[in-house]
Design a protein around this ligand. Structure first.
Ligand code: GDP
Length: 312
């Protein structure tokens, strides 16, 4: 499946929910307040957030005042333009040839957000691109997490360093860094323990992991990505604030955007956090991780007839 097709099928539920409302308002000779309300509700239900929803609606209202017969296509374009501005700067870009060797990427976030799965997905992605990644199973807090990552590594034929359940996660990170150097791996992908951001001692442990890595390499970690479950979207700002204070975040991975009708979550998350989105999770499979693309995203959520014709 091509990358755009993956976006399109991943965001299908979100797009369907919006298109239902759009088809009601598009092509109406008279666009009334009730129509706009239907659209506003659909955007709001899709988790675009109050500000973005209002900006889109006001853009449509203004355009309608100038041109009394807006077509669905034009409404899609207006929404796309507003969102394109809001999302400017949101694409995280990771170069294939890194300056850092090994390049250290830490995945952090609350339990269940998708860190372990993302770690494996990144591993296979980088491997396919010609890197030699090594996974570090530093979630020693949850026995199943290490087992889960070992299974992925086995299935995908990826190198991995793990520790015993309950062992010091910083020590595993240290060993993994050494293994990277001795085996000539160029990317170290660290899966950390999911913790409640309100638990201070657990946050301190995360900080220790960072300090230990910095003993090996003062510039590490080169990326610290907060993994966020895009289907819940709840209290992400508070989560991010605490993780940022303790660890310093450089970007985001937003997971589970497939199967949710809240395709707008990505917009509200970026709007609140202003951290680049490096990857998005669009399924549970190894290759269901895509670099974030504003255009693919907008075209999936607000498809144009021309794009539909090209894809189908
Ligand atoms: P962790 O606790 O943060 O390490 O989370 P896991 O990686 O164990 O993921 C929790 C659950 O979410 C698992 O059942 C994963 O298969 C699932 N998951 C992770 N990413 C995605 C995604 O992008 N889409 C879907 N549908 N499920 C996902």
């Amino acid at each position: 499946m091509g990358i755009f097709s993956k976006f399109k099928s991943g965001f299908k539920r979100g797009a369907d929910a919006l298109q239902g409302a759009l088809s009601r308002v598009s092509g109406r000779a008279i666009l009334d307040e009730e129509d706009l309300m239907v659209l506003e509700e659909a955007l709001f239900a899709g988790d675009f957030g109050v500000e973005s929803t209002e900006e889109i609606i006001s853009e449509i209202r203004d355009a309608y005042q100038k041109n009394k017969s807006l077509r669905g296509e034009q409404i899609n374009n207006l929404a796309r333009d507003v969102l394109r501005k809001i999302l400017a700067g949101s694409e995280g870009i990771i170069l294939n040839e890194s300056q850092n060797n090994p390049e250290v990427i830490c995945l952090i976030g609350v339990n269940g957000s998708g860190k372990t799965t993302t770690c494996a997905k990144l591993g296979i992605r980088f491997k396919k691109e010609g890197s030699v990644p090594l996974l570090a199973a530093c979630d020693t807090f949850r026995a199943a997490a290490t087992e889960q990552l070992l299974n992925w590594a086995d299935r995908l034929d990826l190198q991995i360093v793990s520790g015993h359940h309950g062992s010091d996660s910083a020590a595993v990170a240290y060993d993994a860094y050494s293994a990277c150097e001795s085996r000539g791996c160029d990317r170290l992908l660290i899966d950390t323990a999911g913790r409640l951001h309100v638990k201070d001692n657990l946050m301190d442990e995360l900080y220790k992991l960072k300090r230990v890595l910095q003993k090996r390499n003062p510039t590490a970690p080169h990326h610290s990505w907060l993994v966020i479950d895009g289907s819940t979207g709840s209290n992400v700002v508070e989560q991010a604030r605490v993780f940022h204070e303790k660890f310093g975040l450089t970007g985001l991975v937003v997971t589970k955007l497939d199967g949710t009708s809240k395709g707008g979550a990505l917009v509200s998350i970026y709007r609140k956090m202003k951290l680049p989105i490096y990857f998005i999770g669009l399924g549970e499979g190894a290759d269901d991780l895509q670099p974030f693309s504003i255009e693919y995203y907008l075209d999936s959520i607000f498809p144009s007839a021309e794009i539909e014709a090209n894809v189908n």
